[in-house]
Design a protein around this ligand. Structure first.
Ligand code: KG4
Ligand code: ZN
Length: 361
């Protein structure tokens, strides 16, 4: 079965061709650099960029896979959650393309795509729990089987990726801060700053990162690292307060200690809840999904934590952790094989929980 996947939920325009739920024949991502100087994604600009990139990216995916459109068995696109204008570009292009080709079309939940990126590596083992950690979502999901999702907990405020992005931004790391944050944190002392870990009274498997964000801001300001004002003039291609890689690398050791300590606090809070959820559900397999799952320290710490409770941790390679269309094609392939299709009335949605589509039995 050959499936074309399309993903446009945020600022990456992506298309991929997948054979039989695993074999990635092509996986094309056009990232938008336009947003850099604004220090975050500007929805209106994102939609326009998707419009510009969508058809060339789809064509490139088909060409690289050496697959003729007529040979596709189906088309899948992200329908939500995400930026509405961005989603609409991918959804309407993909569903119109499917209609023109007289092929089945299916809409895919973005988080389901992130989770299914694990399937691209090897068959997932069920029952399992999945820690979803992206720029917009942080949640723990139990999966008794493919297509069935039971949310155990979620963040009360910021997503884990947002915590990296916002704390990183305070030090002038360009958006999205995660990858460079991790790189700079490698030089720091993880015990350098004793950030407290959020302990929520209710919601056994819920998260909160806003306290850490405030604590990090206070330390950075007190020690003179954070730009104190946001009204610096715009420099071409740079957000206000943004530092270049050279400037970041030349910062005093203490800045790296703060980053390393903040990263460790995020990782600790995630590890604690993931381990607790594995214990409570009695599963022996856990997975990571979403952009933050690319973080090496997090993979290492969570893997160690789970080993202590007799469970194994698996995760996709970094390029499949961040937004891509191969994961959407994979989730779409499973849905199409189960006979699921989405009609022309299908609409995009900005928010919404994972919906099970298979029976629980
Ligand atoms: O899943 P994703 O590509 O997009 C969303 O669906 O949100 O996740 C993007 C997020 C960003 O917040 C980015 O900073 C974070 O993932 N991220 C990382 C790393 N690579 C990406 N965070 C920490 N360490 C990384 N190596
Ligand atoms: Zn994502």
């Amino acid at each position: 079965m050959l499936v074309l996947g399309v993903e446009t939920s945020c600022d990456d325009t992506a298309a991929a061709v997948l054979r039989d739920e695993r074999e990635v024949l092509s996986n094309v991502v056009a990232s938008q650099l336009t947003h850099r100087e604004y220090g975050g994604v500007v929805p209106e600009l994102a939609s326009r960029q998707h419009l510009k990139h969508m058809l060339p990216v789809m064509r490139a995916a088909l060409e690289r896979a050496a697959v003729k459109p007529a040979n596709l068995d189906g088309i899948a696109a992200t329908v939500g959650p995400g930026l509405l204008g961005s989603l609409l570009v991918g959804l309407s292009t993909a569903s119109a393309y499917a209609m023109g080709l007289e092929k089945p079309f299916v809409g895919v939940h973005h988080i389901e795509g992130h989770i299914m990126a694990n399937w691209l590596v090897e068959d997932m083992r069920f029952p399992c729990v999945v820690l979803v950690i992206s720029g917009g979502h942080t949640q723990i999901v139990r999966m008794p089987r493919i297509g069935v999702f039971e949310e155990l907990g979620a963040t009360r405020d910021d997503a884990a990726g947002e915590a990296f992005d916002k704390i990183g931004k305070m030090l002038g790391i360009p958006y999205p801060a995660g990858p460079l944050f991790e790189k700079l944190a490698r030089r720091g002392d993880r015990q350098g700053v004793p950030f407290s870990r959020a302990r929520l009274k209710e919601g056994e498997f819920d998260f909160s990162f806003s306290g850490l964000k405030t604590a990090a801001r206070l330390v950075l300001e007190k020690e003179g690292f954070a730009p104190r004002t946001n009204v610096q003039p715009l420099q071409a291609g740079r957000a206000p307060g943004e530092r270049t890689l050279e400037e970041l690398e030349a910062l005093p050791q203490r800045a790296f200690d703060i980053l390393a300590s903040a990263q460790e606090a995020i990782v600790d809070m995630l590890a604690e809840k993931l381990v607790a959820s594995v214990r409570a559900t009695g599963v022996s397999d856990a997975y990571l999904a979403g952009g933050v799952a690319a973080n090496g320290r997090l993979r290492e710490r969570l893997g160690q934590g789970l080993l202590q409770v007799g469970a194994e941790l698996r995760f996709p390679p970094p390029r499949l952790c961040t937004d891509n269309a191969a994961m959407i094609a994979c989730a779409g392939a499973f849905r199409l094989r189960a006979g699921q299709t989405s009609g022309p009335e299908t609409n995009a949605f900005p928010r919404g929980p994972l919906q099970s589509w298979a029976s629980r039995a």
